[in-house]
Design a protein around this ligand. Structure first.
Ligand SMILES: *[C@@H]1O[C@H](CO)[C@@H](O)[C@H](O)[C@H]1NC(C)=O
Length: 313
């Protein structure tokens, strides 16, 4: 019921919103926030052996920060670290084999990092897996693993590395979700729900850090569209290859977002309009949209990873 009190609350809410939009607009006109220096950060990147994680590592390597690369694909992960150490003439890049579907493996690797490198000051939770099958065709184990890697790994990593960030009121948590964390897509039921969960993790953690007066720990949520990597091979829309974005482009955007402490990064950024419309649209309209734009059957031609790590990473 719209009592006087509720109406009053809405007026306050809208005033706060307008104030922050105004501040953001002023900031934008002034040329955006100053760029953060990353040279003294110790940065953990998960899923660094391939795709987006590798691109992020390649671009961050040039800022002089210490990088810790975690991946279950040991061969490619070590190769990425070696290449970057050579290119930057440093020994600041460490590769470590870590199975992100296993809590024990994550805690073991975290201890090794703390003992040999130091306290991590920035986490880029990037690793993700996708099965790309209808709900009934996904095995129990694969649904479990999707949640283990795409969400629960974030929790174990945060439990390992957040305490020292809280002590110092300094740090940055980057959560790589997906546009699939904002929409439901057919044959991605497990994937979408894990990515929605990652969005919830980011929102609630950000609120919690604020309530704990730890505003020195920044958070960034990344929701990219489908990326041109092995992970999402074979997507088609109405018989044509679905548009995908190159990992280098998204990595560049992510690093800019980190350096300006941006809270949310959507790629492409006009996706915000579709997401806002989606929030108020009736379900029947969303279903018709899926048919009209061809996303209802986008995953029918999906092949995904073709290498031997398809089951894991
Ligand atoms: C890491 O953080 C812990 C907890 O804040 C602290 O006790 C420890 O001294 C730190 N280690 C290093 C190497 O800075």
């Amino acid at each position: 019921m719209l009592t006087r009190q509720v109406i009053f609350q809405y007026i306050i809410l809208i005033s706060i919103l307008l104030k922050h939009w105004f501040y953001n607009l002023i900031n934008l006109i002034k040329g955006g926030s100053p760029l953060k220096d990353l040279s003294s950060e110790i940065i953990l990147i998960t899923g660094a052996a391939n795709g987006l994680g590798r691109s992020i590592a390649q671009q961050l390597a040039h800022f002089g920060c210490t990088l810790i690369l975690w991946d279950v694909d040991e061969v490619n992960n070590v190769r990425v670290a070696q290449e970057l150490n050579q290119a930057t003439k440093s020994k600041h890049i460490h590769a470590m084999k870590c199975d992100l579907s296993s809590r024990e493996s994550i805690y073991e690797c975290a201890k090794k990092v703390q003992d040999t490198v130091g306290n991590v000051t920035m986490v880029i939770n990037n690793a993700g897996i996708v099965s790309g099958k209808s709900l009934i065709d996904c095995s129990d184990a694969s649904i479990q693993r999707t949640f283990d890697v795409n969400v629960l790994a974030h929790f174990w990593i945060l439990k390992a590395f957040l305490p020292s960030m809280l002590d110092n009121n300094h740090g940055h948590i980057v959560t790589v979700s997906s546009i699939a964390g904002c929409y439901g897509v057919s044959k991605l039921v497990d994937y979408c729900s894990s990515k929605f969960a990652a969005v919830g993790l980011h929102e609630a953690l950000t609120a919690e850090l604020h309530s704990l007066n730890r505003d020195g720990i920044k958070t960034t949520l990344v929701c990219p569209t489908f990326i041109n990597t092995d992970m999402f091979q074979g997507l088609t829309i109405k018989g044509k290859r679905a548009p995908v974005v190159e990992p280098e482009y998204i990595a560049d955007k992510i690093i800019k977002a980190i350096r300006t402490n941006q809270h949310t990064l959507l790629v492409p950024n006009n996706a915000i309009i579709r997401i806002v419309i989606d929030r108020i649209a009736p379900m029947s309209a969303k279903l018709e949209r899926n048919d009209v734009f061809g996303t209802s059957h986008m995953m029918d031609t999906f092949v995904g990873h073709q290498n031997k790590f398809s089951e894991k990473q």
